[in-house]
Design a protein. Structure first.
Length: 163
């Protein structure tokens, strides 16, 4: 079963996808989706969750960290955190690495399916905006895989080949 098809119940363990880089910019987190050459801006709750998941964690712990950061009760945030996590999994920015056994998580947790091509950022919880790198004049650098090798997504800027 693919990570995208796994449930994102509050017991699911998730992590950042290895093909992304990120940076906090002001009040939001901006994620570089290297394979898609896309920048993705996250809203306040999604940014807090993203930072809480900087190391592999379960969504319940992520919700607790978001609650502490936003000074809100965790119980009131778990549904929103799960929706945001599903959206980030659908965009392949987060990966599910383990889930609770069937029936152990909340009954309302639905499987996350891959994002469809026509989905807009506004349709995905937690995502404020996204922009193709070429459209913004930024070119992706070569991302290294776990073996230190550059993948097929490697490109160079227009000036890299000129003398």
């Amino acid at each position: 079963m693919s990570a995208e098809a796994k449930s994102t119940s509050s017991g699911a363990r998730v992590r950042h996808a290895p093909s992304v880089a990120w940076q906090r910019v002001g009040d939001e987190v901006v994620v570089l989706d290297v394979p898609r050459r896309t920048l993705v801006g996250l809203n306040g709750t999604a940014s807090a969750l993203w930072e809480a998941l900087a190391s592999e964690s379960d969504l319940a712990a992520g919700a607790d960290a978001v609650a502490a950061r936003l000074q809100q009760p965790a119980a009131g945030l778990i549904d929103e955190v799960e929706q945001i996590a599903q959206a980030l999994i659908r965009r392949e920015l987060l990966q599910v690495v383990a889930t609770l056994p069937v029936g152990a998580g909340p009954a309302h947790a639905a499987p996350a399916s891959p994002a469809s091509a026509g989905e807009t950022p506004e349709a995905l919880p937690g995502i404020l905006w996204e922009e193709q790198l070429e459209a913004s004049g930024v070119y992706a650098a070569c991302a290294k895989d776990e073996f230190g090798e550059g993948g097929p997504q490697c490109t160079s800027s227009p000036s890299a080949g000129s003398s």
